[in-house]
Every structure is written in C-alpha cells, then in structure tokens.
Design a protein around this ligand. Sequence first.
Ligand SMILES: Nc1ncnc2c1ncn2[C@@H]1O[C@H](COP(=O)(O)OP(=O)(O)OP(=O)(O)O)[C@@H](O)[C@H]1O
Ligand SMILES: [Mg+2]
Length: 457
Amino acid sequence: MFFPANLPSAAAVMSAYAAFAASTMLIRTVLNEVRNMINHFIPKRFQEKIISKLEGLLGNLSPQMTFIIDEHSGLAINQIYEASKIYLTTRITPAVQRLRVSKAPRDKNFSVTINKGEKVVDTFKGVEVIWEMVCVENELPNLDRASEQRSFELTFNKKVMDLVLTSYLPYVLEKSKAIKEENKVVMLFSQRSDTPYGSGSINFEHPSTFDTLAMDPILKKELIDDLDRFVNRKDYYKRVGKAWKRGYLLYGPPGTGKSSLIAAMANYLKFNVYDLELQSLRSNSDLRRLLISTENRSILVIEDIDCSVGLQNRQAVEDKDKKNAGKLPLSGLLNFIDGLWSSCGDERIIVFTTNHRDKLDPALLRPGRMDMHIHMSYCTPPAFKFLASNYLGIDTHGTFGDIEKLISEVEVTPAEIAEELMKSEKADVSLGGVLKFLRAKKMERTEVKLEGHDVEI
Ligand SMILES: Nc1ncnc2c1ncn2[C@@H]1O[C@H](COP(=O)(O)OP(=O)(O)OP(=O)(O)O)[C@@H](O)[C@H]1O
Ligand SMILES: [Mg+2]
C-alpha cells in the first residue's frame, strides 16, 4: 500500500476511472454522430475547423494517460519518486542520450540517473510504459530546498491504468528497495542538540566487522545468530504481539571492544547507527522528538549509560545528587525502553554500553529490558592469537607461549595489544613489543601488590 491513508485508494481511483471511461465512450459515440452530420450538412472547407473545436470542447480523448510523480509530496519526499529514480537506473537503454553520473566517497557503485527531458521505455507484463524526467524552474527561488521542481511523468495506455496502479508501481517500489539494500552505505547519525537527526549524518567509516573483532568465539556466534534470528522474524514478532526490537547491554573495561562491536553489528546488518547523547536531553519529550526522527533498520546507541543519565542508583537521584541535576531521570529512560521505544518504528536495535555494570540501577538490568548482556573482557590467550593473525597474518611464533602465559596473569585490553601489534609489520619486532609491554604490566602489578602487603604489615 503506497498511498497515505487520507488519500483515495487505488481501488477508489479505479472505480471513478471506470465511470469516467464509460462516459468517454458515450461522448465518443456522440462525437462520431456529430461528425457524420457535419460531413452531410457543412461545406468541406469548414469541416476540419469545426471538428477540432468540438474535440477541444469535449476534452482530450487521447488514449494515453500520464501520471505525474513529483519529487516532494508536501514537505516529505515522495516515496514513489525516490523509488522510480532508483528503479530507472536499471532500465537505461542505448536510446537514452544524457545521464547524470555521481558517486559519494563511500558509495559502492556509481549512481546513474536519467537527465531532464530524457525518456525511458519500459515493458511490464507485455505492456509498454514511458518514463520522462521533467524539471520546472521554481518561480520563487529558495522557496524550497531545490530551485527547480523535479518530477517523473509516466505515460501509458489508459486501458492498463489498473495494472500500472496495482502491479507496476508496487513492483517499482519493491525493486528499488532491493537495489537500495544492495548498495547501502551504513550511516552514522550524530545528534546535535538543536536539530533532529538527519541533518548531521555522516557515512559510517568504522571498519570493524565480526571478522576483525576479538571476542569469545562462542559468544560471537551466539550474537550473530541472535541478530540473524531477529532480522528474519518479522512475522513472528507480529504474531506474538511483540514490538520488533532488540536490546543489548555491552559491558566491560575501556578498550575491550564495545564500540567496535557496535560497528561490527551495524556493518553486518547494514543498519544505520544513531549515537544518542543523553546529556543533551532534558526531558522525555526531547527523547520522543529525537526518536521519531530516527529511521527503521537502525541501531540506537547510548554509550556509557552510567555516566550519561541521572540514574546511578535512584537513591542518589532522590538524595538530590548535584552531579545528576539536569540529566534525564532514570524513570524517563525506563519509560522510553518499555513504552515509547516499543511503539516507535520497526526493526530497531538499542545498545547500551557501560564500563561498570555493577553501578547501573537494578531496574535497568531487570530481565526483559535488555535482551542480551554481553561481557567484553580483558584479552585472553585465544583473543591474542586472533589479533596476531589479524594484524600480522601469522598463526605461530616463538614468543606466543610466553605471551599467552603472561596474558592470563595480567589484565590487558585488546586495545592495548592491538596498539603494540601495530607498531611494526615485522612480527619479531611487534611481538617483542607485546612481550615487553606485558612484562612491564606484570611488574607493575607485583609492585602494587607488594605495596599493599607493606601497608598491611
Ligand atoms: N575485542 C577487540 N577486537 C579487536 N580490536 C579491538 C578489540 N577491543 C579493542 N580493540 C581495538 O581497540 C580500539 C578501541 O576499542 P573500542 O573503542 O571498541 O573500546 P571500548 O570498549 O568501546 O572502550 P570505551 O569503554 O573506552 O569506549 C578499537 O578501535 C580496536 O582497534
Ligand atoms: Mg567505546
């Protein structure tokens, strides 16, 4: 269904059209009769003129019909226009003479669109339709975003209007959606306090994927399976009456890959990312406004949830904790997760990150609020091997034994190991660096322990 509810449906248009078609048939018959009479009674030299006048009076009885598909529908973008633009790139024939070619830095493919005045002929179920790109200069410049009004004109035989409305245009919408998905570049939307999302979007350049992320392989597989199940379960969510949403809480020390994991999820699903800064929100209505401006198939991220919201233990807030003054209250956020969030859009993922799960209010951790809690841990020996293979392309080395032993004795983050590995492309050098770094860490730890021991004595 591609008509907004307040417009006449395709069926209503069709029945009105059927009535209209019947009356034009009648007019045509009458016109033929009149033409016969004119042939009999009017001198030949006046005949042409009178007939063309009469036809003018009775309207254009051409067998063709044209749909005008404007770029904008009110303030919003006209979905059919967008879809047609994308669809037509697959229907360009040698007859087309001028094309517009463009490519944004991160786009996978060139975007080729037809230019104004160009026509494209398409055939659908044996029926021929003609597309034309039309541009009209706006009389009042700067009234709208563009100084010209663009539209497509779709012309076909009136007899196939039903087919165009109920099969062809839905087919164009479907096709364009598939093309869009294939070429999609993941976007990162960063919220600015004074504007809703949309104006501050940048292409999402984070290169992290599940293939580059070191984490417990069982947990990684569990998460990927969970994401797959989630995106494939539209009907299931509908049937059980649950909002098509999923929430993940990522917790662990700084540098263990929480942000990288979000990037990997976005790149895997090709979902856009909305980075929500709760600090700049003052009220629930701010939150609602923001939420409405986000798109479906997106990941909403709230980083460092323990710091962003006035929710480190409700008690602290009730005690008029000065630090939290002006922050969005916990109740707002909980309402948001339970209600607002559930009623807003489809195919959404929400991710919270925190360095201190223990500091979060238990109300936020209650089962059912977040679907999966994912622990990003300090580097483990298998995680180290994964990183070494990723950064240096090696699976064994003389230093591995010592490094793995040390890694299980100290707390070191994947970020720290990655930094050492990046220092040289020569395995001997960078692994030597890792070893040195780990030994220094171990010394540090022993010293701290000894100090503690001294104090105790
Ligand atoms: N598990 C990991 N696998 C691969 N690389 C990692 C991993 N963890 C960290 N890194 C590397 O360290 C960098 C910093 O990690 P990241 O920003 O994802 O950590 P974080 O957990 O979000 O930290 P913070 O809590 O400070 O936000 C990443 O860009 C990546 O290069
Ligand atoms: Mg982070």
